[in-house]
Design a protein around this ligand. Structure first.
Ligand SMILES: [Cu+2]
Length: 346
């Protein structure tokens, strides 16, 4: 019995050690808030570390005291009397009320300080409205008159302000390396901001490719797990060029298959839900497709290749179970025409 107790104790200690070592091993690849790219992310990481230290002291102090008392005062054969009791010991009780209160007051102070610095949006920040939908992210740049989806393009070295809300249920906007999670709540706008200062940092190394990756972080229904997003941080000149391209209207000079696709899109059911600026398609249920071909991401989680696009248009729910874009009966020729048309929307 004694031996087994000791074995259990040793195994528990090893498991605890394993827990402490694991983050070190796992850190290499996945995006992590412990490796932030913005001043707001850094403040939050610093607060995390600041909270972690007292938390570890308290954890090991309390667990150590429990272990000590359990072993030292356990019932042994032959002992009958209860150990000395400390109930009603005024000085001890005052001490263990005041000590946690002091620790909590400190944490409260640090947290409020961090909150204030994280929420102080610079007045010259570029404004982006971030709108959660089941199950994709919409990005509107009201001052630039641009609307995109899935892929958030921002300039490097400039503050960017996010006005975050939702069109349906509660979502949560989260790009681990940028800033804290912010809930997207229908009827309410939550504000946060970032400034990414290191251009070129993102080529490789961070996330699975050159982009920063984000994820809806509040369960929002069937396709929640597919509700990803990507952030592209461009140097100022490249960002300007991107803005100009996005502001341009749809190309008018389409011929052949692309022109057929446009007619199908604009006169068929696609226009009921999608907008393509410069055409009569002005639907607003689904993503704005004005410059769909310039995006790397399709339906929030796929690479925007012609093969994936063909599969998507043929049967969206088969590609993304739960999606609100229904399946339509289209001939292979019609799908080809739509794919060619959408691929021309650069
Ligand atoms: Cu979600």
């Amino acid at each position: 019995m004694h031996k087994r107790a000791r074995l259990i104790l040793v195994l528990s200690a090893l498991a605890l050690l394993g827990l402490l070592v694991t983050p070190e091993v796992a850190r290499a690849d996945p995006p992590t808030p412990l490796n932030p790219l913005t001043s707001g992310g850094e403040s939050i990481r610093n607060l995390f570390n600041l909270v972690l230290i007292p938390a570890l002291v308290v954890f090991f102090g309390v667990e150590g005291a429990i272990l000590y008392v359990v072993l030292r005062y356990r019932r042994r054969p032959g002992t009958v009397a209860e150990p000395a009791q400390i109930h009603g010991h005024t000085r001890l009780e005052v001490a263990w009320t005041l000590a946690p209160a002091a620790v909590l007051a400190m944490l409260f102070f640090w947290t409020v300080q961090t909150l204030e610095s994280v929420q102080a949006v610079p007045p010259d920040a570029l404004r982006v409205e971030v709108i959660g939908h089941q199950w994709w992210w919409e990005f509107r740049y009201p001052d630039l008159e641009i609307t995109t989806a899935g892929e958030l393009v921002v300039p490097v070295g400039k503050p960017v302000r996010f006005d975050i809300t939702s069109a349906d249920v509660i979502h949560s906007f989260w790009v681990p390396e940028l800033a804290g999670k912010v809930d997207a709540i229908p009827g309410q706008v939550n504000v946060t901001w970032v400034e990414i200062n290191e251009p070129g940092e993102y080529a490789g190394g961070r996330g699975r490719d050159e982009h920063l990756h984000g994820q809806c972080a509040e369960f929002c229904g069937m396709a929640h797990a597919y509700m990803l997003l990507r952030v592209k941080a461009l140097p100022p000149a490249e960002f300007e060029a991107w803005v100009e391209r996005q502001q341009a209207p749809a190309p008018e000079e389409l011929t052949g298959l692309a022109a057929q696709g446009r007619d199908l899109f604009v006169n068929g059911f696609c226009q009921a839900c999608h907008t393509i600026r410069g055409t009569s398609a002005q639907g607003s249920i689904g993503p704005d497709l004005s410059h769909f071909a310039s995006r790397d991401l399709l339906a929030s989680f796929l690479d925007n290749t012609p093969e994936n696009l063909r599969a998507w248009i043929a049967d969206p729910p088969a590609v993304k179970p739960g999606t609100k874009m229904p399946k339509y009966l289209l001939s292979p020729e019609e799908i080809d025409a739509l794919v060619t048309f959408l691929k021309a929307m650069e």
